[in-house]
Design a protein around this ligand. Structure first.
Ligand SMILES: *Cc1c(COP(=O)(O)O)cnc(C)c1O
Length: 325
C-alpha cells in the first residue's frame, strides 16, 4: 500500500453520532465524520489529498506549487497552508477579478502567503500551463496540483481515510449503511470507492453533486471512473469497475456552483441550531440538505445508519453573510 506522505493534519478525525438531528428523522441514526477538523488552517477534505500531493512534489525536487480554483476555494486555501508548512512557494490561479476587500478563503490564502493570480472566467486550471512556463523560465521547479487536488495521488488520501473509518467503526461497534458527502472534483469519491474495495467497507456511497457545470476531462462520473481505474492498477485490486458503478446524485445542483438557496440555508441553520456544528453554503450545506431530503422522503430504507462526511468549508460562510444573517 502506497503510504509515502507529508503530515499536514491531525488524524483520525472524530466520528460521532448526531443525536439531536437523528431525533427529527425517525428510523434513521445519523453520524458525522469530522474532516472539518483536520487542523490545517481551518481544516477540510483537501488536507488528506495534500499529504500525498505535497510529498510527491517534494520527492520530485520541486520548490513551487501551482493550483487553481474559485476565489472561495477551500482547496486553494489548504494548499497555501500546506506549502507554508512544507517550505514551498504557492501560486494560486483564482477565477474572477481582484475584489477590493479579500474575504473568506481568499483572505486566508493571502494571509498564508500564496501568490494570487486572478483568471477571469477560468476557475478550473485552464491557465496553469501558461503560468508554469513563465515561472520555469524564471528558474522555479514547478509542481502542478490539478483542480481540487483530484488525481490518483490526491485520491490516496481518501483510500487511507476508509481504513481510518473502518478502525473507528470497529472500535465503536458500529455499522454504516450509507455515506453522504459533497462531490465536486471527484478525488474524494474516487478514493472512497477504491478504499471501500481495498478495506471491505460495506456501505453505499451517496455522493451529492455540487457543480452542475462539471470539470475538464468529461462528466464527473467519467473523471471519478478514470481515477478509480488508475487506482485499480496501481493498488493491485482484483475488482473490475465499470462507469455505471460510479453513482452521483444531481438533484441538488440546479442553481449552479456557489449559488445559495433556501435549501442550503435551511440545512446550515438546522444543523447549527440542533448540534452546534457549522456547514458551509457551497459544499457541505448543499450535501447536508441532500441527505436530509433523502431522509425526509424516505428514499433510503428505514432503520439505516447514515454517515455524513463533513468535508469542511467554513471560511466561505463569511462571504455569504448577506444570505445567512
Ligand atoms: C473540495 C471540496 C469538496 C469536494 O471534494 P472533491 O474531492 O473535490 O470532490 C467537498 N466539500 C468541500 C468543503 C470541499 O472544499
Amino acid at each position: 500500500m502506497i503510504d509515502n506522505k507529508f503530515d499536514l493534519g491531525f488524524f483520525p478525525t472524530p466520528l460521532h453520532a448526531l443525536k439531536n438531528v437523528s431525533k427529527k428523522y425517525p428510523g434513521y441514526q445519523i453520524y458525522m465524520k469530522r474532516d472539518d477538523t483536520t487542523g490545517l488552517a481551518s481544516g477540510g477534505n483537501k488536507t488528506r489529498k495534500l499529504e500525498y500531493l505535497i510529498q510527491e512534489a517534494l520527492d520530485a525536487g520541486c520548490d513551487t506549487i501551482i493550483t487553481a480554483g474559485a476565489q472561495q476555494s477551500n482547496h486553494c486555501r489548504q494548499t497555501a497552508a500546506a506549502c507554508s508548512k512544507a517550505g514551498l512557494k504557492c501560486h494560486l490561479l483564482l477565477g474572477g477579478t481582484a475584489p477590493k476587500v479579500y474575504e473568506g478563503n481568499l483572505l486566508l490564502s493571502s494571509i498564508l502567503g500564496a501568490a494570487i493570480h486572478f483568471t477571469g472566467a477560468n476557475r478550473k486550471g485552464e491557465d496553469i500551463e501558461a503560468l508554469k512556463s513563465k515561472l520555469q523560465q524564471e528558474g522555479a521547479k514547478c509542481f502542478v496540483i490539478p483542480y481540487g487536488g483530484s488525481n490518483f495521488t490526491g485520491a490516496l488520501g481518501f483510500v487511507h481515510a476508509v481504513k481510518e473509518l473502518k478502525a473507528q467503526l470497529t472500535a465503536q461497534n458500529l455499522e454504516i449503511d450509507y455515506i453522504f458527502f459533497a462531490s465536486s472534483s471527484g478525488g474524494m469519491q474516487a478514493g472512497l470507492t477504491l478504499g471501500k474495495e481495498l478495506f471491505s467497507l460495506d456501505a453505499t456511497l451517496m455522493p451529492i453533486n455540487i457543480d452542475k457545470d462539471g470539470i475538464q476531462g468529461g462528466s464527473l462520473e467519467e473523471v471519478v471512473f478514470k481515477i478509480v481505474q488508475e487506482g485499480v492498477e496501481k493498488l493491485g485490486l482484483s475488482e473490475a469497475f465499470s462507469l455505471s458503478d460510479i453513482s452521483l446524485y444531481r438533484d441538488y445542483d440546479k442553481k449552479g456552483y456557489g449559488k445559495v438557496t433556501l435549501d442550503e440555508i435551511k440545512a446550515i441553520k438546522e444543523l447549527a441550531t440542533s448540534e452546534g456544528i457549522l456547514v458551509d453554503p457551497v459544499y457541505t450545506g448543499r450535501a447536508f440538505y441532500g441527505m436530509l431530503d433523502f431522509l425526509n422522503e424516505k428514499k433510503i430504507p428505514s432503520n439505516s445508519n447514515v454517515l455524513f462526511w463533513h468535508t469542511g468549508g467554513l471560511p466561505a460562510i463569511f462571504k455569504y453573510a448577506d444570505k445567512l444573517q
